[in-house]
Design a protein around this ligand. Sequence first.
Ligand SMILES: Cc1cc2nc3c(=O)[nH]c(=O)nc-3n(C[C@H](O)[C@H](O)[C@H](O)COP(=O)(O)O)c2cc1C
Length: 294
Amino acid sequence: MISIGGLSLEHPVLNGSGTFDAIAAQRAFGDALLERFPFSAFVSKTITPEPRAGNPPPRLYETPSGMINSIGLPNKGLEGFLAQDLPQLAELPVPLVVSVMATDRDGFFRLVAGVGGRDEVAAIELNVSCPNVKSGLIVGEQPAETLALCEALRPLTEKPLVVKLTPNTGDPAAVAVAAEEGGADAVSLINTLRATGLDPGTREPWLGAGSGGLSGPAVRPVALEQVRRVAAEVSVPVIGMGGIESGADALDFLSLGASAVAVGTANFRDPGAGERVRLELEALQGQAPALHLN
Ligand SMILES: Cc1cc2nc3c(=O)[nH]c(=O)nc-3n(C[C@H](O)[C@H](O)[C@H](O)COP(=O)(O)O)c2cc1C
């Protein structure tokens, strides 16, 4: 068992928000999914106060060793999530972490009060890769904005608060420290890296939204460096992610100070990736250290 900010987890492999649809997977795999759930906690896709349709298509662009998505957080909104998704997610055999995002303080209050009041929810992840409509700044790119948001939300719930950091900032460790100071129980990183790709025929941006977020193995070295810097600066647990495809990748994140890891893009290619990463990780951790001859 490991403990992440008050969450007891059977092993250190979670899913990245928005990369594994547990409700669709249950439809496809039935009870087998519940018996062998691939993650030690389930992190929901990000929900917003009101329903969102997401970005115009196309929403995906393949890159060498990665992909750019501009899905744009389509979701049913808080009320739709509580009424339709929460009862199904509550049946999963692992703790439920609900990811939330809003563009103003009021929206975050509604979300944290709304999901924080539900027994089925074990923890809340704050997706801070969002603009603050008042300041026009992306909250997670600014330590001061992140501190103010965490301080405002902390008193609203006793559930563990995880702050999901964006890599699109010069000093992610400063933002992580601000999250910790504001009362976060853990931080998770990295979210996707801002990116674009062109239509080879027209030389115009391919994605309907013009740009999106890069994920997959291409971002792993960036994620490792950011986890290294953040883990050195905070004392709350760090959940590391970004391009994890194997147990060896996961071990790299843990070796740099992460307490747990999350599998994201790899789930799209292989819904069993989470379980495979865990088994490979356990095999590696059980092994004697490799002998290095100088
Ligand atoms: C299609 C897609 C949807 C995503 N949706 C969300 C989301 O709703 N909320 C969030 O915090 N992160 C979201 N992410 C980011 C992932 O959770 C993860 O932080 C990122 O992709 C890096 O990990 P990876 O390279 O293993 O995918 C999404 C990523 C992808 C590829």
